[in-house]
Design a protein around this ligand. Structure first.
Ligand code: ZN
Length: 198
């Protein structure tokens, strides 16, 4: 006999499909949602649908944004000749939180991983190369320091080198395999300031 109703089971199943949510957490969230006021549940589901429908890639740096250009690419205060390459929008947010970086970003949306079958064409490398046709002084590669991040950094630096544009890599003070978003701001700043030319 099923313990929960069909609707609850469906909700638990959907929630447990989210990253980091096991079956126990999914059950707890499902019962929490059912006990929430109806208007809060509606507001939550509307926020999810609205975000999915309206969030798109910035046409310049490919971060997730509501407009054609993200606020950073739009800002006249940012140094457009320095591009920091990151794996995803969360990593970009981590560097933004330091408040000390004045350049712009390029979001790859992944890293090269032969094991997972992710090649250079599957991430936004071609788009980065297109941006380099404008005036660019330095490309700072801030991909993660795991195997995929290092592979991606090497690949990109080899592509850019012939153009004569300065390519640097953030210092390896960032723990190996560490997800950039979990690293504190001081460590990130140190990694940025201690970057070395490739
Ligand atoms: Zn942008």
């Amino acid at each position: 006999m099923e313990v929960y109703s069909g609707h609850i089971n469906k909700l638990i199943e959907e929630l447990s499909g989210l990253p980091g949510i096991g079956i126990k957490s999914a059950q707890r969230l499902a019962f929490h949602l059912i006990n929430m006021p109806a208007e809060r549940v509606e507001s939550l589901s509307k926020a999810m649908v609205d975000a999915k429908q309206n969030v798109k890639y910035c046409s310049n740096c490919f971060t997730l944004t509501d407009d054609e250009l993200c606020p950073i690419c739009k800002s006249a205060k940012r140094d457009k000749e320095t591009i920091m390459v990151v794996e995803n929008t969360r990593d970009m947010a981590a560097y933004e939180k330091t408040g000390k970086y004045e350049g712009v970003y390029h979001v790859l949306h992944g890293a090269i991983s032969p094991m997972l079958g992710i090649g250079p064409k599957d991430i936004k490398i071609k788009e980065l190369m297109t941006r380099l046709q404008k005036e660019v002084k330095e490309v700072i590669i801030a991909t993660n320091s795991n195997l995929e991040g290092e592979t991606t950094a090497m690949y990109i630096s080899k592509l850019i080198k012939p153009s004569g544009i300065k390519v640097s890599r953030i210092a390896s003070g960032v723990p190996v395999g560490g997800d950039l978003e979990y690293i504190d701001e001081i460590t990130l700043l140190r990694a940025l300031e201690g970057r070395t030319e490739l």
